[in-house]
Design a protein around this ligand. Sequence first.
Ligand code: FAD
Ligand code: KPC
Length: 518
Amino acid sequence: MPTGPSFLSISQWGELIEEALAHPQAVGPIRNIRDDDARVFDAIFIGGGAAGRFGAAYMRAMGGRPLIVDCWPFLGGSCPHNACVPHHLFSDCAAELMLARTFAGELWFPELKGKITSIKEVVDLFRKGRTGPHAVMNYQSKEQLDIEFLLNAPARIVDAKTVEAAGEIFSARALVLACGAEAAPLDAPGAHLAGVHTYESIVETLGRDPGPTIVVIGGGKTAIEYGCFFNATGRRVVMLVRHRPLELIPDAETRAYGLDRMREQGIEIIEGATVVEIAGDASGRVAGVIAETAAGRLEVATDFVFHALGERPRSHMAVEALGVDLDAKGAVIVDDSLRTSVPGVYAVGDLIGAPMEMFKARKSGAYAARAIMGETVSYRPSDWPDFLHTHYEVSWLGLGEDAARARYRNVVVLKLPPDTPDGLNVGLPAGDRTMLYAMARPHMSGFQKLILDGDTRRVIGAHHIGYGAKDAFQYLNALVKRGLTIDELGDLDELFLNPTYFIQLARLRAGQTSLTSM
Ligand code: FAD
Ligand code: KPC
């Protein structure tokens, strides 16, 4: 690729990225650096994932001069390559397959009894499809955002102002470490056998379809999301969870609804399980998993193990080259301005630890850029809305009911389905994508709960299981942080039929001087 900003269309970018992924050495560094700009870089972003790309874009928009160096041949990082995007594809498939299996043989749905669907076909589809977003990120970054970058080139930190990549030395006023995180390893004998996978390896190396049984190790977001997808393909899924699954869902009743539906789909969830060994066969392939559980030793025969034990920040290089301070989990410690312990060196995204989510990656990148450009910033992620997928979409913000009752004396709860013994037989809440369940399998149509402080009338928690509510939670959370009351919520203009019913329920009760639950 020539030096300087020569134009590539999105499809030309796609071809170049595919070639570089297949033959990184042959393609070599992909260089988009201006020869006509003599200014020193304001910052070098090591890593062009969500954190580095958004940081560089913000800095460029402010008139600064950023440079991104990334070892992959595309910008956007792990999210579109092996993390969020495949997760969402798999979760979409899980929802579609649950619907198809629930109604198999009814309406227009084909019979699916005993039919296992291919996991590899979906992974292959993803591997082909992911180049599209990659190409768009490169095109957008270069042609629309005017960002300079060097791709397909690992960066090596020389000192706090200097980076070496592709045989060149680059200097800047500041360094921004944006190297992300990687799957934490499984510490058990046999962890390296063929057929033992993480979210990274499944999309890179899955060579054949798993057999009829899959063991999933872990109980966090990724374990649940991938486990539900595997289950929806018609396979037996055994989930080995050290503590409790879905623990991060703050409301116990919402969590219980989610777990009930997972178990109803046939997922075997074993809590308090510790993996002792991954057993292999003569060919070096996984043959089974041995675990200690409260009920004793458990052995599950399988040719496919998926483990998701969290992510480990890629802080190694920054420690060796610069001696940046880390926390106990290996994340780079930063202050509110994203400054590390080394002057002039900033860190952003997954590298700075939990929550490892896109909002934090992108926002922390942008805040670091603003700080480097001379703005006073204070980045403290708190009170963010969150979500995960089972076969459903689970969204939440604020407090769960137990925490709310511990903190407030007058807690009011508005929820659907109604809190009666036959409540689950009611097809509410119901919305787009759950209408068939609402009519024919009412207990599967979802769950939702709004939690209020009855004294101030403020919303203090919201929880939803179903489809299509996540978008609303992004905006609802901003209103809740500003002190949203039941009266203000009930006065919004709803687009009925909406998945959360929050406006409707609030309006039904807002006329009460002294609020009561429903
Ligand atoms: P990354 O995107 O990982 O970018 C780091 C970049 O640094 C990479 O491009 C890498 O090539 C580069 N790099 C590393 N070392 C070097 C070096 N020495 N030289 C040059 N380049 C280097 N979050 C959500 O908000 N929603 C979701 O639905 C969601 N789903 C997820 C699903 C899974 C399975 C996982 C694992 C995570 C998910 N996340 C989700 C989290 C999200 O993916 C991360 O928070 C986000 O991608 C982090 O961005 P980042 O820029 O910090 O790191
Ligand atoms: C689908 C999609 O938005 C691609 S993943 C985003 C990567 S980045 O915009 O750099 O956060």
